[in-house]
Design a protein around this ligand. Structure first.
Ligand code: HEM
Ligand SMILES: *[C@@H]1O[C@H](CO)[C@@H](O)[C@H](O)[C@H]1NC(C)=O
Length: 477
C-alpha cells in the first residue's frame, strides 16, 4: 500500500516540478514560447546542426510563431531570446544597470572564473583598458608591419605546398602572431604545445559537461589546465626577471602587478591571457577562411578587391616599402568585404546576459535573474535591414555609415562589452587579403562545406592550392 502512496507522491511532485518550471511566476506578461522540460529546456533542438547560412531553424520557427522576442529553456534556465535590433541595442546599453554579462557555468569553468566576461564594475574597466592599450588603434599602428611580415612569410610557405587546409593554417598563423604579441613566444615547441591544448580545449567547449576521462569536456578542461600551467610558468619567470624594455603584453602585466594598490592579480592576469589567446585564434581564422571561400565564389568581388590593392602598390614611391597605416586606412572596399564576411559568417551565434532587475519591454515582463540570449544572426539576416540578406554583396556597405547601420551590426557585440579585438581582427584580415590578392592566386581543391551547430564549422576543412601570380604582369603595365 505505502509503495503505491510513494509512487503517487513521486508522480505528483514531478508533475508539480514540471508545472512550476513551465509556469514561472511573473508580475506581468511573460514573452511567449515554451520552456521545454526542466534541466534540458529546449537545448537539444537548439543544438541540432544545420547547413544553410540562414538563421538557425530553431530560432526562425519561433520568430515566425511568437515574434521577435520569445522565451525558451537552455541548460536548466529560463531564457529570453531577443532577435529584435532595438531590444538588443537597449540590452547592450544597459550593461551593469538592467542586465549584466553572464555565461553558463560550464563556460566559466572553461574560460576561468576571473575571465573578462565575468568581471564587472571597476575591475572590468581597468582590465579592459589594459587590453585596449595593446589592441586599440595605437597598439595596432605599432604592430602593423609585424602583421604584414607574418602574412607575407606565411603565404610564401603556403605557396610551396600542394594544398593548404585554410581553417587549420589560418588558425596557426593567427595563434603565432597573437602569442608573439602577448608573450613574445617564438619557440616552436612551446607554441605547438600551447596550440595543441587550445585545440582539444575547443573541441570540448560545446560538448556535454561530463567530467569523466575520455569525454571531450574532460579533454577540454585538461587542455585548459596544461595551457594555464605553461602560462603561469612563463609569468613567474618574467616576474623574477623583468625585462628592461616593455614590449609585449606580459611585460605590461608584470609592470601592473608590481604597482601598489593595483586591481590586477595573478589569477585575473592568467585568465585574461588565456581568454585573449582563445578569443583571437578561433574567431579571426573562421572569418578569414569564410572570406576566402566567399571570394572564390564571387569573382567580381575578387576583381574589385584586386584593383583596390594594385592601386595601393602603384601609388607607392618605393614599391618595396611595407604597408603603412594610411594605406590600411584607404582600403575602403576591403573593409566592406570584411563587414560583409563577418555579417554572413555569424561566428558568434548568441551573446548572453542576465537580468539584474525586472525588465519591462514591448508589453512583456522579464523577471529578475533570467538569462537573455541576444541573437546577432537574426539581425544580420533580417531582410528589412539587409536587402536579399543571404547574398554576399560587399557593395551594400557603401554609404551605410550614414544610415545608423551600426545598430544593425552586432557581430562584435555592443555597449561597454564591445569586442576589444574587433580592430585587431580587421587589421589582420585586411593585411592578409592585401598580401594574398596582390601576389597570389588560388583555387579551391576540396572541402569548403559549411555546417552550423552553435557556431560556424568547416567539417571537411577547406583545401586550396595557392600559387604565385605571374610577376611580369605588373612590370609590363
Ligand atoms: C572576427 C573576429 C571576432 C568576433 C566575431 C568577435 C566577437 C565578439 C563578441 C560578439 C563579443 C561580445 C561578447 C559579449 O558581449 O558578451 C566579443 C568580446 C570579446 N572579444 Fe571578440 N571577436 C573577434 C575577435 C577577437 C580578437 C582577435 C580578440 C583578441 C584580441 C578578441 C577578444 C575579445 C575579448 C577579450 C572580449 C570580451 C570583452 C568584454 O567582456 O568586455 N576578440 N568578441
Ligand atoms: C562596417 O560596419 C560598421 C558597423 O556597422 C560600420 O560602422 C562601418 O562603417 C562599416 N564599414 C564599411 C567600410 O562599410
Amino acid at each position: 500500500m505505502w509503495v503505491l502512496c510513494l509512487a503517487t507522491l513521486i508522480v505528483i511532485s514531478i508533475t508539480h516540478w514540471v508545472y512550476r518550471w513551465r509556469n514561472p511566476s511573473c508580475n506581468g506578461k511573460l514573452p511567449p514560447g515554451s520552456l521545454g522540460f526542466p534541466l534540458l529546456g529546449e537545448s537539444l533542438q537548439f543544438f541540432t546542426p544545420y547547413t544553410s547560412s540562414d538563421i538557425n531553424p530553431f530560432i526562425k520557427q519561433r520568430m515566425n510563431r511568437y515574434g521577435p522576442i520569445f522565451k525558451t529553456g537552455f541548460a536548466g534556465r529560463p531564457t529570453v531570446v531577443s532577435t529584435d535590433p532595438k531590444f538588443n541595442h537597449l540590452i547592450f546599453q544597459q550593461e551593469g544597470e538592467m542586465f549584466k554579462s553572464w555565461y553558463p557555468d560550464t563556460l566559466n569553468e572553461i574560460l576561468g572564473k576571473q575571465n573578462l566576461g565575468s568581471l564587472h564594475g571597476v575591475v572590468f574597466k581597468y582590465v579592459k583598458n589594459m587590453v585596449f592599450k595593446m589592441f586599440g588603434p595605437e597598439g595596432l599602428k605599432r604592430m602593423l608591419s609585424e602583421v604584414d611580415q607574418k602574412a607575407c612569410t606565411t603565404l610564401q610557405q603556403w605557396s610551396c605546398q600542394d594544398a593548404v587546409e585554410l581553417m587549420d593554417a589560418t588558425k596557426r598563423m593567427i595563434f603565432d602572431l597573437t602569442a608573439k604579441k602577448l608573450l613574445s613566444c617564438d619557440s616552436k615547441e612551446t607554441l605547438e604545445s600551447l596550440m595543441a591544448n587550445f585545440v582539444s580545449f575547443m573541441e570540448g567547449l560545446i560538448s556535454l559537461p561530463l567530467y569523466i576521462p575520455g569525454t571531450a569536456y574532460y579533454k577540454c578542461l585538461q587542455g585548459r589546465k596544461r595551457a594555464m600551467k605553461k602560462l603561469k610558468k612563463m609569468l613567474h619567470e618574467r616576474r623574477e626577471e623583468p625585462r628592461k624594455e616593455e614590449s609585449d603584453f606580459f611585460d605590461f602585466v608584470v609592470e601592473e602587478l608590481s604597482k601598489e594598490g593595483t586591481l590586477l592579480n595573478e589569477e585575473i592576469a592568467l585568465d585574461l591571457m588565456f581568454s585573449l589567446l582563445f578569443a583571437s585564434f578561433e574567431t579571426t581564422s573562421l572569418a578569414l577562411t569564410y572570406a576566402i571561400k566567399a571570394l572564390s565564389d564571387h569573382p567580381s568581388v575578387l576583381k574589385r578587391l584586386e584593383e583596390e590593392h594594385e592601386a595601393i602598390l602603384k601609388g607607392r614611391e618605393d614599391p618595396n616599402s611595407g604597408l603603412t597605416w594610411q594605406e590600411y586606412k584607404s582600403m575602403k572596399f576591403t573593409l566592406q568585404v570584411i563587414n560583409e564576411t563577418i555579417r554572413l559568417a555569424n561566428i558568434v551565434p548568441g551573446i548572453f546576459r542576465k537580468t539584474i532587475q525586472e525588465v519591462k519591454y514591448g508589453g512583456y515582463t522579464i523577471p529578475e535573474g533570467w538569462a537573455i540570449m541576444i541573437c546577432p544572426p537574426a539581425v544580420h539576416l533580417n531582410p528589412t535591414l539587409y536587402e536579399d540578406p543571404l547574398s554576399f554583396n560587399p557593395w551594400r556597405w557603401e554609404g551605410m555609415e550614414m544610415s545608423g547601420a551600426s545598430k544593425h551590426f552586432m557581430a562584435f557585440g555592443g555597449g561597454m562589452r564591445f569586442c576589444v579585438g574587433a580592430d585587431f581582427a580587421k587589421v589582420q584580415m585586411a593585411v592578409f587579403l592585401h598580401n594574398l590578392v596582390t601576389k597570389y592566386k588560388w583555387r579551391p581543391i576540396k572541402g569548403g562545406n559549411i555546417v552550423r551547430n552553435l557556431g560556424l564549422r568547416f567539417p571537411d576543412g577547406f583545401y586550396v592550392r595557392i600559387t604565385e601570380k605571374d610577376p611580369w604582369k605588373y612590370e609590363s603595365e
